[in-house]
Design a protein around this ligand. Sequence first.
Ligand code: ADP
Ligand code: ZN
Length: 810
Amino acid sequence: MPKYADIAFPTAVRRLFTYEIPENLGEVKLGVRVWVPIRNYNAIGVVVKVHEEVPDFEVRPIRKVLDVTPIVSQEFLKLSHWVHQFYFSSWGEVIQAALPAGLNFTSRKYLKPKDELEINLLSKEEAEVVKEISVQENQGYDEAKKRWKGTGLSKTLNSLIKKGFLEIWEEPNLKVSIKTEKEWNWVEGKNHKLASDFLNTLDKEPNKWQKALKVLTEVGLPKKQSELKSIAEFSPHTLKRLQGEWITFQEVEAEIQDLNLDFDPGSIKSLNTEQEVAFRRIAESLGKGMFSSFLLYGITGSGKTEVYIHSLKKALESGKGGIVLVPEIALTPQTVARFYRVFGDKVAVLHSRMTNRERLHAWKALKDGTKQIAIGPRSAVFAPVQNLGIIILDEEHDASYKQMDPAPRYHARETAIMRASINNAVVIMGSATPSMQALQMVKKSKSILLELNKRHAEAILPEVKTLDLKEYKSAKKGELAVPLFMAIEEALSKKEQVILLYNRRGFASYLQCETCGHIPQSPECSVSLTYHKRKNMLMCHYSGYSRRVDTVCESCGSNALTVQGLGTQKIEEELEEFFPDARILRFDKDSTSRKGAHAKILKQFEEGEADILIGTQLVAKGLDFPNVTVVGVIDADTEQAFPSFQSTEKMYQLLSQVSGRSGRGKKTGSVFIQTRQPENTAIQYAKKHDHKGFSKDEMSFREELFYPPFSRLITFVLKGKKEHQVSQAAHILRGVINRVVPDFDVLGPSASAISWINGNFFWEVTLKIDPDKGAKYIEALLEKVTDIYDLESPISTAVVRININVDAIR
Ligand code: ADP
Ligand code: ZN
């Protein structure tokens, strides 16, 4: 039997720690949580390896095993190990990210009087404190501190701890527990027949509890407390009267995810010809139980979701489970309802606004197989679905699939592919505007392309018009060029709805020429230069290139360069002024940060309680409102100006998605794009709904400059309080990287696009590596870089932190 266990802790430290397995613990299984001493305290970790290798250092024994059955499966250990290597995070961080808060690794400190403490040696105050603490078992340390805070005894408490009379111990904090409720049933020997017979013998009008009993004979038992509560005849009083004589209860797990949605499996739609072809191909792979990856490339409204539903159903029929990943923002009641209608309570919805308890319930239901489908944003890729057969990634190109901060900085697309391959499962990546990464997989035969080219039924793609803001300088109402303004007026008069989109990304700002629309670019990297106000400089945050702010436009020589990209919130006020009778809703990060606010806003709009919805790029994603006939983009150029190699792609995606929002019902819609660069390729292709043309252009740009998918970017983000230290550390790091991988391009060091936040300076170094290298290679490379850096750099990582981001996107 293995004598040693390697433990992962949920800290940033990447290495594992070895402990001895004491004989009295018997077999310690992989994936269980254990409680172990570390330095001068105890902590919770997960057993990720067991072995017989005798360590060449002294090891301490595991104190306690906390789980009977492993909290994470073997399959998950494999997956998390891959994430640990590929994204260079600690293994424990990956495991923690996958567990619901109620099951994580936190511990609670409590106080315990020293063994054989002699009370009569203590002062009067000391004795008082010790006595109070002894009354309660495991008196919490924090609670004790709070309790005596501000009183004279606070000092006494501290001195008792200092002297060692009181010891601080820790225990796992498993605060969140499963919620239970009463389930009522007949007491032994009674049943509904006996109850009816009894009621028939009554000669008087039944009293309250007898009426309640009558209801029970009608609705039948067992019934949960929550179900009885909604029946008028039941009060705590009547239940009490019936309890013992007629009915009794037991505590069962409460159903807390009350989705309150329609369940109607018969409503599943039959597929049209195109959908059927795609589905057959997927079903074939499902049948073989072999790993395969599909890119379902279908225009908006072509019915990708219907293909997902049929594929999922097929997987379930063969006893498998499935995961449906959607961008966080698309996790709307509309989406959930479509899956719920077909799969009912097989579905567990996981979203970021759940309470810890709801999360724990959903997690357990998946783990024990009560539910077979998980729907959620990127972290749902880790959901403990049993016997996983299919993973669906809707809107595969969406940026929210990449976790940026904190670690693990994983990408859900790559992680889903890895998980599917571990499980011999099928992955479907769906998009109307596939990412260059996904298209590259198709090109390299790592993924199979399936296309849907027609919108279902008669809905047709809307007409897209560009409005050149240079021409409408004087023909504008506030931010709206006259044609857009008039279209809104007309839509409102016909009682149709309008969506307006403005972009306000959290980065500094940029310059744009008012005469020709040009945005200054970095000469080497072809990304827009960021305007840094403090230094009055234009800077490239990839290469570090910088120059003084131009006085004349490098493209046309005009001197009309102006700072752009600042907030456009005033547009809401303007609209209120121009359209005083219209009901306006705002939809952005600020207005949707409250729990449920997001869903509420969408519901209001869907039910026609508002005429105009204005919002950030969030409105573009996954929404389906048949009464929307006008969509306007206030300033498309803000997206192009974003300092990233992906900015053109993002702009293209945004514009095509937003166009897809219009005319989804029977009414045809129109889309207006306001811009100063109407000739921009992203706009041109989005207008024609020509993703193929766009991606061909974009791919050749990427290939020429060695951007992904032709390389993989690893970004080192350095952060510290003093700029000269951050910059120095960045230069040292660049030197180290150059030595470790002399064959690959290194960009930077350079100040980040947002170079200063809350007293911290940010610098970056970016490395481009061969995209075909795997997790082992990446881990070895990064270990070497960080080891050498730690050895050579005079600046400790406590002063300048380095975060490593593999596949960094923006
Ligand atoms: P996508 O996910 O590609 O944007 P959806 O699945 O949302 O497209 O489909 C758009 C609309 O067309 C939805 O209202 C959907 O119910 C309808 N639809 C798609 N396919 C079918 C079908 N085979 N039969 C009936 N309605 C369909
Ligand atoms: Zn110009």
